[in-house]
Design a protein around this ligand. Structure first.
Ligand SMILES: [Fe+2]
Ligand SMILES: [Fe+2]
Length: 208
């Protein structure tokens, strides 16, 4: 049951994600590494890839908030909210790295947030088994995507690589968490549609 408190918390989450700098308890991975000498082309590439990852984290915030809003089981709700807090650190890390590289965040973040929040609400309404299954599949796909970025990032941009590497480890643990709470395997057409959706998002965020 959705109550007014949860709606206020969700609204607060949206404003924090979109308008305020994200906070991190853990230190930013790679913060002790020296800044590499990057060419302009390498810098632009790193910026674009980290912008895509930042958008991914904006979407993660929105999905978790939406799913938490409609999840039926109290434990699942708490787990989702805890995971959303952990994702905030990823948001902070990518945000800081974009700034270090002299880049900018996606101009379409409110749009990504709104769309992902709506998807999260619907996933939550389908029941906890599917809600958690959706979460696990999302995290699997994000993990594959991050592995791809580790191939694409300039080899000497160790600071960005350290962030992406730690995020990949964290996303895998989120997937395990979702499955251990009873997440179901999603039907193939759903997985395919999710891949298609994230492709549109990542390719747009690379530029805008
Ligand atoms: Fe994340
Ligand atoms: Fe995650």
């Amino acid at each position: 049951m959705i109550n007014i408190d949860k709606l206020i918390i969700s609204f607060d989450g949206a404003l924090r994600t979109l308008l305020t700098p994200a906070q991190t308890l853990r230190s930013v991975p790679g913060s002790d590494l020296p800044e590499a000498e990057l060419t302009d082309i390498e810098k632009r590439l790193s910026c674009a890839l980290m912008r895509v990852n930042h958008v991914g984290e904006v979407c993660a915030q929105a999905l978790y908030q939406g799913q938490g809003l409609t999840a039926r089981n109290e434990t699942v709700q708490q787990t989702l909210m805890q995971a959303a807090r952990e994702e905030t650190e990823h948001l902070a890390w990518t945000e800081r790295r974009i700034a270090e590289l002299g880049g900018r965040k996606s101009l379409l973040n409110p749009l990504w947030y709104g769309g992902s929040f709506a998807i999260g609400v619907v996933a939550g309404m389908l029941g906890d088994k599917w809600n958690l299954g959706f979460l696990a599949e999302t995290e699997h796909q994000v993990g594959t995507h991050l592995a791809g970025h580790l191939q694409l990032l300039p080899h000497n941009d160790e600071k960005s690589r350290a962030i992406v590497t730690q995020m990949k480890i964290d996303e895998a643990s989120h997937a395990t968490m979702a499955l251990s709470h009873g997440g179901a395997e999603l039907p193939l057409p759903v997985k395919f549609t999710m891949k298609l959706g994230s492709k549109v998002m990542t390719q747009t965020a690379y530029w805008v």
